[in-house]
Each structure stands twice: as structure tokens, then as C-alpha cells.
Design a protein around this ligand. Structure first.
Ligand code: GPW
Length: 796
């Protein structure tokens, strides 16, 4: 497609879709016109992908996920369809600021963190690989809350991305299902019949997801909740207008907001409704699609692989059995076998507080038939394998249910999958030793290198061609170049320019000036005790104290950058935020240390901000307590973009270190085994503090009001935790973290060596592409094959 054809398309959309002429068009109008022009180019390959799937009678993969953290879509779509440069030329030509137009798009935050972003990367890889697939989720009206800081404390505001039209989606009024809740179960001729007490409509909204070079596009189908009856006319006529609108409000509540809890579980009535709502609609939809092509539901496992992204869609097991057994009259055992043949379950955490459990009471109230079926599944399983119950203390354990109903169960990094076998799922694993498989997470190199870091990706492509974009393991072809001074210079230059850009943004948006030659040290992720942002800030405090002791020292300049949100109800995490901001305001205003140390915490960390920060990072902080971070995926994005990791042997850090080489990774801290051992030591925190005067002084600064305008109590909670129970072993890992951090300082001063290590991180991170992960799911779990690439629209 030529630049002029693209320009015509944009202008035509501006006129006929938006009703504007160029003279009156706003940034919004231009952005929507460009998005529609880009979307037009995706529709043909999208249709062709569907047709090819029908023709080949290919097995389909359904990825059920409560979250899809897709972020902005325009830039990725332009890059994947190969029209980015043309689009830029069009807007340059029109005299418009292209960057501003791209940045006008809202960040679609239909997820909390890693789990939701993983789902988004997977969809893109499924399309790049040409695997017939569909993502199913919820079309939340309000995504993850917007974070502001008020006096250093987190304040949450409702997110409202849907107040603007979502230009990428197609509404499908004909794809709608009635989803029931509550009511009673009757018996009719020996069969159970569920009569729900209330019902809502699940209506589909489709967004095409285009892969690299536009060769294939799959669908993200999100369900919105609508009322069965819009208005209660009788009540309206009787004058009770509020009551008349009630059914509508109640129904819409189901898809109204994303729960903001990440890795903590709250057994909320509405949450269970959301889970059943989207799972039931998705199953109904995929069965309808199956039956349009096939007539025997016993063939379902040959045609359909369903992946449950954590236990949030775990009700799929009983629901599928209910449909096959109650509604279609199959034997219970046959229904079980078919369901188990289709379903697979990914576990993303071992944290007990994150494992979903629903009380029998709530389950029986909202889903009475499902509770009966769960009891039956439990009994059937116990007859064959005594000793394990899905139900315990009046609750249904969704992890156990998912395990029993799944053909394959997977963890998300090698360490995590191994730990699953000896901790939460030990008994089940012993009974079903072949069921757990590992699938180490990955990230899409299109968004997380090609698009977000054009300088580095341009350099890579100059050196080795652009084959790495589709086949990221070809980044290894960079290895010989890391000994080439010219290449390394350009590598350093690209990083430095990214840092200058970020520095400008920090100056403009936060009024803090940072030195682009300082080390940019970044920790971005949800705020959680196990991720240990408080370990990082404690080390920052100790470093600042040491700098003040020795103002003539030759310190390595650092900018400590934090980003992340806390769940609104997670008090301790919010205190950590308050502490980081309080430390920042003291340190950033200290004339003694200001040339060496800055602390920067931009509010409202999201996918868009990650795309800005990661390309500019020198150091990636991956410092969770070993055994607690299932995988991590930010860690992979940093390594890919040439940041070095300081990290523990946790989650995928272990594999990153193996791939990039121990010499190019700053390791510290206890292993998962040592962590378990250490917890049994009485007074471990106190012991660690008494042996490290630096740590003692930093903890003391939390108690003496240094960061609280003299208020001794403000951060007492954190100090008491670190020196008392310290479940996450901040104190015990501190000294080694300090040691590794000083090694980082030393290494950073040897700029040539650092550049080489950074380049090796990029060259050796190709394995962490989500294409590799998806290929592995396809062969080891789904038995699904990539369909043939259709055509390369980027080349046309
Ligand atoms: F608790 N993860 C997440 F396991 O982002 F469900 N949200 C969650 O609610 C959970 C896990 C859950 C993350 C893990 O913490 C992270 O280690 C992992 O890389 C990511 O899921 C993707 O697997």
C-alpha cells in the first residue's frame, strides 16, 4: 500500500466516519481516522484466517481469561501491518504531530498486571504463528483504576476508557446468550433441570488481533452484560423511575469494573458472577461454533482446546459437564471425559492468599446445580483416588477443581512448576504424575522490542536483518557483534537517547531533573510485599546515608525509578508507596547528594508507561523473595531491551540467568530452599539487623521521622514488620542485596564492559519470546498446529 492510498483512507474516514474536514479535525478525530484506516487493513486477513480455519477443519484454541491487559493498539497494529512509516509520512505531510496522535489513544487496562499482560502477549503470538485461536474475556466498562498521589499517598480514580468509542471493536448483537444465576434445581424424568432465578444477556464485542506482517488475525471476544428487559414498564408507568431502571443497572454491573486485586483473593458475590458470566457465555459460543461444523459432541476434544488462565474460569469444568450431562443427556462419566479432554489449567501463583476458594453457601446460592456437580466430581475422584477433596471447611477449592478437570496443568517457569509438585499440588501430582508440565512465560518481541524501542530494533535490524522479529532466537546472531566496538557504541547511543527522552518526560511531568548518564535503575510491577519494593527503598536509604557520610566519595550516579499500583484494600502495600514517595521528596531535595541520587515514582504505571521506561533502563530490579514470584514477565522485557538484572533465584529469573550467562546477571539472596529454612530461625530479622549496621541505621531512619517530618509513627508499621515477623525476609536478604548493588555500581563505571553485558542480554533473550511459549503450549498441551501463513499484507 502506498503512502497516498493510506492518506486517502485516513481522509476518507475523517470525512465519512467522523464527519469532519481536516480544518476542524481534533487530535482525537485524526487518531480515530488513522485507527479505522489501520483496522480496514486487518479485516481481510481476519476473514481469511477464519475461512482458512474452516477449510482446514483445524483444531481451535480458546484462551479463557478474566484479564487481557492489551494497552494501546494503534502503534502495534501499524507496525505489524507494515504501514508505520507510511502513516508517519502521511502525518508529517499534513503537518501534524504523529507522536501526539499515537499518544491520544487510551490505554486499555483490562487487567491488573502480569497475568493479564501475558494473555495479551499470547494472543499476539497466536496470530503471528497462525494458530486458530480466540481469547474470551470481559468487556469491563472501567478497567484498572487510575492512580494519583496526594501528599505521597495513593488515591484511586475510576478509569473510563469506554467513554470514548473503542475504535478497534465490532459489536455483535447477534452473538448473545442468556446467562442465569440462582434459583432451584428440579428433577424431571431422572434428569436435573436448573431454573435460574435471574438472567442477564452476554453480548459479544470482537477485536481483531493481528500478527506480525498481517499474515493472520485472531479474535479477542469480550462479553458485555446487558439486561434481558431494559425497562420495567409497569414500575415506570407507576411513577417509580429509579426502580424501573433497576434491572438494567443490575445486569450491567456484571461487566462494570475489573476487580483491582492482584494475587489476593476476595470471595465476592459479584466476582463469582463475573467468572460464571464470561465462562458460560464462552462455552456456549464455542459449542455453537463446533456444532455448526460437526454433529457429535464426543469429538469436542479433538477440535477444541480450552486454556483456563488461572482458576478464574474454573467453573468451566462443572459448566461443561452440566451442558453435556444435564442438557444433552450424556452419561456423567462421558461428560467428564469430554470436559477433561478439552480443558487445561495454568497456575500463576503458589501464594495461599491468592488461591481461589468459594464458600459452599455462595456457590450454592448463585450456582446451585454447579455445587451439586462439584460434589459429584469430588466423590467420583475420591472413589478412584482416596484422600483428596475438592471441598474443605465448607469451601470449594478452585485450584484442586481445575487440576482434576484438566488434561494438563502448567506452571509458568521451571522453578514454579517444580514447586507446584511439592507444595500446593503435591498430593494431586503424586496421583497424576504426568499432568503437570512447565511452560515458561514469554513476551511478544513485536511490542516489547520492535515497537517500544525503535532505536535498538533499528540497530539490530541493521546488524542482522529483520528475521529476529518473527524468530526472536535469531537475536543470537548479534553475539559476534558484541565484540565490535562500532556496534557497541551504537548500542550505547540508542540506550542513551532513550534515557534522554525519558529524562525529558520526567522533567516535564514531574519537575525532577535527572542525569541521562546516571544509571537508570527500574522496579516496575504491582506493589506487593513479596516483590519487596521495601527492600529496594531500604537500600536506597542506606546508600543515601552513606553518601552523606562521605560527600567527597566517588559515587556512581543512580536514578531509582519505581512504578506500580497497590490494591486499594492492601494497607501495607499502600504504606510502601507512601514511604517511597516520602523518601523521594527528602532525597531529591538534598543538595549534598543530588548529583548522585534521585528517586522517581511516576503515578499510574501502566502498559504505556512500561513501554517508555523499559527501553531506557540500565538495571532491572527482580528482587522477590525466592519461591514467591511464579515467573515474572517484566524481567524478560528488560533483558530483551539490554538492561542487566539484579535479582534473586526466583521464577523465570533462574532461566534468564541461565540464558544470558551468570557473568551478565547480578545475583543475590537466599534460594527458595534457604528461604524456607530461614523462616524457621527464631528472630531471623533481628539477627540480620544486629549483624548489619547499615541495615540497622536504615530501619532506624524509618522510626526517627527522617522521612516523615519528624513523625516517629508514620512508618513504624513497616519498620516493625521488617524487624519483627518479616515473612518476606527483607532483613535477611538485605546485606547480600547491598553487596550486589555495589558490584552493580562498580560494573557500571566500566562503560565498555557494561555495554557488552547489556548487548549480550539482548542477544541471548530471544528464547523469552511468547512465540516460543505458544509453540510449546501448542505441541505439549493443545495438540494444535499453526495454519499456513496466508499472505503477507505488509509486502503488498
Ligand atoms: F494470583 N499473576 C498476576 F496467580 O499478575 F492469579 N495476577 C494474579 O492474580 C496472579 C498471578 C494469580 C502473575 C504472577 O504473579 C507472575 O509471577 C507471572 O509472571 C504472571 O502472573 C504471568 O504468569
Amino acid at each position: 500500500m502506498s503512502t497516498s492510498a493510506l492518506k486517502d483512507s485516513v481522509l476518507s474516514h475523517l470525512k465519512y466516519s467522523l464527519g469532519k474536514d481536516p480544518e476542524h479535525a481534533t487530535t482525537y478525530d485524526w487518531r480515530v481516522a488513522l485507527s479505522l484506516a489501520a483496522r480496514d487493513r486487518i479485516v481481510d486477513p481476519w476473514f481469511e484466517s477464519t475461512r482458512a480455519t474452516y477449510r482446514a477443519d483445524a483444531k481451535r484454541v480458546y484462551y479463557l481469561s478474566m484479564e487481557f491487559l492489551i494497552g494501546r493498539l494503534l502503534e502495534d497494529a501499524l507496525v505489524n501491518t507494515g504501514v508505520y512509516d507510511d502513516a508517519k509520512a502521511v502525518f508529517d505531510d499534513l503537518g501534524l504531530n504523529f507522536g501526539e496522535i499515537l499518544h491520544d489513544e487510551p490505554d486499555a487496562a483490562l487487567g491488573n498486571g502480569g497475568l493479564g499482560r501475558l494473555a495479551a502477549c499470547f494472543l499476539e503470538s497466536l496470530s503471528t504463528l497462525g494458530i486458530p485461536a480466540m481469547g474470551y474475556g470481559i468487556r469491563y466498562e472501567h478497567g484498572l483504576f487510575r492512580q494519583r498521589f496526594e501528599g505521597g499517598r495513593q488515591v484511586e480514580e475510576a478509569e473510563d476508557w469506554l467513554t470514548q468509542e473503542h475504535v478497534w471493536e465490532f459489536e455483535r448483537p447477534e452473538a448473545a446468550f442468556e446467562i442465569g444465576f440462582g434459583g432451584q434445581v428440579y428433577e424431571n424424568g431422572g434428569r436435573a433441570v436448573w431454573r435460574p432465578q435471574e438472567a442477564v444477556i452476554a453480548q459479544a464485542f470482537d477485536t481483531p488481533v493481528v500478527g506480525w506482517k498481517g499474515e493472520w488475525a485472531n479474535t479477542l471476544r469480550l462479553w458485555g452484560a446487558l439486561p434481558k428487559t431494559v425497562l420495567d414498564l409497569q414500575r415506570f408507568n407507576a411513577g417509580d423511575y429509579a426502580a424501573a431502571a433497576e434491572p438494567e443497572a443490575l445486569a450491567r454491573t456484571i461487566s462494570r469494573v475489573l476487580y483491582p486485586d492482584d494475587t489476593t483473593e476476595e470471595g465476592k458475590h459479584l466476582r463469582l458472577k463475573q467468572e460464571y458470566f464470561f465462562t458460560a457465555a464462552s462455552l456456549r459460543d464455542l459449542i455453537r461454533r463446533f456444532e455448526a461444523e460437526h454433529d457429535d459432541l464426543r469429538d469436542l476434544p479433538k477440535r477444541v482446546a480450552i486454556q483456563l488462565n488461572d482458576t478464574h474460569p474454573a467453573i468451566a469444568g462443572p459448566e461443561l459437564v452440566r451442558i453435556l450431562h444435564d442438557e444433552r443427556g450424556m452419561e456423567f462419566e462421558t461428560a467428564m471425559e469430554i470436559a477433561r479432554g478439552c480443558l487445561n489449567y495454568t497456575n500463576h501463583t503458589l501464594l495461599p492468599e491468592a488461591l481461589e476458594r468459594w464458600s459452599d453457601g455462595l456457590m450454592g446460592y448463585l450456582l446451585p446445580r454447579h455445587l451439586q456437580l462439584i460434589e459429584r466430581i469430588d466423590t467420583a475422584h475420591q472413589t478412584q483416588h482416596p484422600g483428596i477433596a475438592i471441598r474443605e471447611h465448607g469451601e470449594v477449592k478452585m485450584g484442586e477443581l481445575s487440576f482434576i478437570m484438566a488434561n494438563r496443568v502448567n506452571g509458568v517457569s521451571a522453578l514454579h512448576s517444580d514447586l507446584m509438585k511439592v507444595t500446593v499440588f503435591k498430593d494431586l501430582h503424586d496421583m497424576h504424575p504426568d499432568r503437570i508440565v512447565n511452560q515458561t512465560n514469554g513476551v511478544t518481541p513485536r511490542r516489547w522490542l520492535r515497537t517500544c524501542n525503535p532505536r535498538l530494533s533499528g540497530l539490530i535490524t541493521d546488524a542482522i536483518g529483520d528475521g529476529w522479529i518473527k524468530d526472536a532466537e535469531r537475536l543470537s546472531e548479534l553475539e559476534p557483534h558484541v565484540n565490535d566496538a562500532g556496534f557497541l557504541d551504537r548500542f550505547v547511543q540508542a540506550k542513551r537517547e532513550n534515557k534522554v527522552d525519558l529524562g525529558q518526560w520526567i522533567a516535564e511531568s514531574m519537575g525532577i531533573s535527572v542525569d541521562p548518564d546516571a544509571m537508570f535503575d527500574v522496579q516496575i510491577k504491582r506493589i506487593h510485599e513479596y516483590k519487596r519494593q521495601h527492600l529496594n527503598i531500604l537500600e536506597t536509604i542506606a546508600l543515601w546515608q552513606e553518601m552523606r557520610d562521605n560527600p567527597n566519595g566517588d559515587w556512581t550516579p543512580r536514578v531509582k525509578i519505581f512504578g506500580g499500583k497497590a490494591a486499594p484494600g492492601y494497607v501495607f502495600a499502600k504504606e510502601i508507596i507512601y514511604l517511597i514517595n516520602s523518601v523521594a521528596s527528602v532525597i531529591n531535595n538534598d543538595p549534598v547528594t543530588s548529583k548522585w541520587l534521585k528517586v522517581v515514582y511516576p503515578a499510574n504505571y501502566n502498559v504505556t508507561l512500561a513501554e517508555r521506561l523499559i527501553p531506557a533502563a540500565n538495571l532491572s530490579e527482580q528482587i522477590s523473595t525466592a519461591g514467591k514470584e511464579a515467573s515474572g514477565t517484566g524481567n524478560m522485557k528488560f533483558a530483551l531491551n539490554g538492561a542487566l538484572t539484579i535479582g534473586t533465584l526466583d521464577g523465570a529469573n533462574v532461566e534468564i540467568r541461565e540464558h544470558v550467562g551468570a557473568d551478565n546477571f547480578f545475583l543475590f539472596g537466599m534460594t527458595a530452599e534457604e528461604v524456607m529454612e530461614r523462616r524457621t530461625v527464631e528472630g531471623h530479622a533481628w539477627d540480620a539487623i544486629s549483624k548489619d549496621p547499615r541495615l540497622a541505621r536504615a530501619v532506624d531512619a524509618l522510626r526517627n521521622g527522617t522521612f516523615a517530618g519528624g513523625d516517629h509513627d508514620r512508618f513504624r508499621g513497616i519498620a516493625d514488620n521488617i524487624s519483627g515477623p518479616d515473612y518476606f525476609l527483607v532483613a535477611s536478604d538485605f546485606s547480600d542485596y547491598w553487596r550486589a548493588s555495589r558490584e552493580v555500581d562498580q560494573a557500571f563505571r566500566d562503560t565498555g564492559h557494561w555495554a557488552r553485558m547489556a548487548a549480550l542480554n539482548t542477544a541471548r533473550s530471544g528464547w523469552f519470546s511468547s512465540d516460543r511459549t505458544i509453540r510449546s503450549y501448542a505441541s505439549e498441551i493443545w495438540d494444535a498446529l499453526p495454519s499456513k501463513p496466508l499472505r503477507n499484507i505488509a509486502a503488498e
